[in-house]
Design a protein around this ligand. Sequence first.
Ligand code: PGA
Length: 261
Amino acid sequence: MEVIIFKDQQTASKKISAFIKAKLQKKKGLVLGMATGKTPLNLYEELIKKYEKGMMDFKDVSTFNLDEYYGLNSEDKNSYCYYMRENLLKKINIDQENCHIPNANSQDVPAHCLQYEQKIREKGGIDIQILGIGSEGHIGFNEPASSLVSRTRMKTLTQQTIKDNSIYFDDKKSVPIHVITMGLGTIMEAKEILLMAFGDSKSEAILNTVEGPLTSMVPASILQMHPKATIVLDEKAAKQLKRREYYQWVYNNRPSWQIGI
Ligand code: PGA
């Protein structure tokens, strides 16, 4: 696990977008795992800017989103379908056929989840999975006590997540309780993982993820078992890390062949 600390979200998002651009130059048909929420918004803006300047071509790229609220239709402005369309997908030259988000209205959820996993496999797996993190350490909507080997399925949100996410809803009581989310086992199969966290409210979850024990009580701690997971933070999210200086030392002294983000 590599921990990289930037001064702020803008700097981190620029670096990650440059990293994705470099990966896209090597593989036209890149498969990206996408996250929603406020954390990746700057990153998506940076990707759009690079596309508009002719620096990135998304024609052959595929995307798979981590999760979706169950029961919201794709026109609902709180759905992650709407979020992805408005914040990225309609602003780049991606083929909409290649953009996948769990179907929030599926009548047969277990069958749909199996198909979602199958589609990921058919694309050859996810090359880069972007992740945010919840204040209690969830990734995707894998809440504390999620099985560490779980697959795509329906989950019930914790009251903390419902509270955290209610800020986006006009009617605070209308946050769906159920979601469809990739499992921790699904996420762990991505070839490379970039988890981003910004702000004080994420610092405890980051401490537990990076320096705490591996436990399903902090689902993101499973990333300790991933061979290529990078945790990209701003100073506020990193503030509780005990070995912060060491992570910075490692980053500043990377051998040239290792340069990534
Ligand atoms: P946020 O959500 O980016 O809106 O903080 C992150 C998450 O819940 O995974």
